[in-house]
Write a protein that binds this ligand. Structure first.
Ligand code: ATP
Ligand code: MG
Length: 297
């Protein structure tokens, strides 16, 4: 299809440019530099959000970026488990005012910093004015302390998750080729589009046999989005289905470290390079501030 060829061409040209761009740190900075925020989400659970978030964080760190991964999964937060770390502080301590966001940062394997998630974040809705202001201040400080902030959201779109999504510079919707995952990915995109405009939404197709299968999934989702929502999510890429991914999870190591030359790691490498291009061009400023306002307001 012509539209898909055009899309593929745009990706290629953009990727080509990315390789010519100097690293972010070497670029002339305009205003106050701030992190790009990237929210990783899905409609259906278990499609690979945490695997993608953690391994992307490792890969981007290894490319010299200063990366913070915020595990905002309210129900089944587990980025810390995958990384084999047991932080004494997590996001629920921050919300309860027992420590700062900075205090909750822990070094994770591969060189990124993690803020572990926890259940109980529904308390967010009941924050006082003072707590709200404090959290916003901390999020602002965090933005100045990294190149890229990755947010691993829970599956589905509750009000809290929606807040992260509409405020992020980029939304990475993860799906697999399973029909239910595809339908749920569309549902997420639909909800997000109702609540925000001009969002940068990308579809990542995980656990595929080959790129062709990923492109087919993308075409289906993009086609329905175009037709019913008037928006076209971009193609973020694909991750091959690879038994080394669950193997690494069992060993509690990011797969890009445990199996750096595996097919899934190669895909992750490519994805990281694409994402990195956007780390240089954050949308507006103070987005985490907006996110915090949404989250607690
Ligand atoms: N590319 C892949 N190939 C093979 N297995 C994979 C791949 N990506 C993820 N998995 C496996 O799928 C399972 C779910 O992955 P993960 O926990 O990252 O999903 P999730 O979307 O974060 O789930 P949840 O919605 O529960 O947070 C894990 O066992 C993981 O090892
Ligand atoms: Mg998860």
């Amino acid at each position: 299809m012509i539209a898909d060829q055009a899309e593929a061409l745009r990706e290629l040209v953009a990727e080509e440019r990315a390789h010519q761009d100097p690293p972010r740190a070497d670029r002339p900075s305009s205003a106050q530099p701030r992190a790009t925020t990237l929210a990783v989400t899905s409609g259906k659970g278990g499609v690979g959000k945490t695997s993608v978030s953690v391994n992307l964080a490792v890969q981007l760190s290894q490319m010299g970026r200063d990366v913070i991964l915020l595990d905002a999964d309210l129900g089944t937060a587990n980025a810390d488990v995958v990384c084999n770390i047991n932080p004494s502080k997590n996001l629920s301590h921050v919300v309860a005012g027992r420590c700062s966001l900075q205090d909750a940062l822990v070094e994770a394997p591969g060189g990124f910093r993690l803020i572990a998630g926890a259940s109980g974040l529904s308390q967010m809705a009941a924050l006082s004015e003072f707590e709200r202001a404090r959290l916003m201040d901390q999020m602002r400080a965090l933005e100045e302390d990294a190149d890229l902030i990755l947010i691993d959201t829970g599956a589905g779109v509750g009000p809290n998750v929606l807040g992260f999504l509409v405020a992020a510079d980029q939304i990475l919707v993860v799906t697999t080729p399973e029909p239910t995952a595809i339908t749920d990915a569309y549902a997420v995109i639909k909800t997000v589009c109702r609540h925000g405009q001009g969002l940068d939404i990308r579809l990542l197709v995980n656990m595929v046999r080959d790129e062709r299968e990923a492109r087919e999934v993308y075409d289906r989702v993009a086609g329905v989005c175009r037709r019913f929502l008037g928006v076209t999510p971009r193609y973020a890429g694909h991750i091959l289905s690879d038994p080394r991914v669950p193997h690494a999870v069992r060993r509690r190591q990011p797969f890009v470290l445990e199996h750096p030359t595996s097919p899934a790691s190669m895909c992750m490498h490519r994805l990281a390079h694409r994402i990195d291009r956007h780390a240089a061009t954050p949308r507006g400023h103070g987005l985490l501030k907006r996110m915090a306002a949404w989250l607690v307001g």
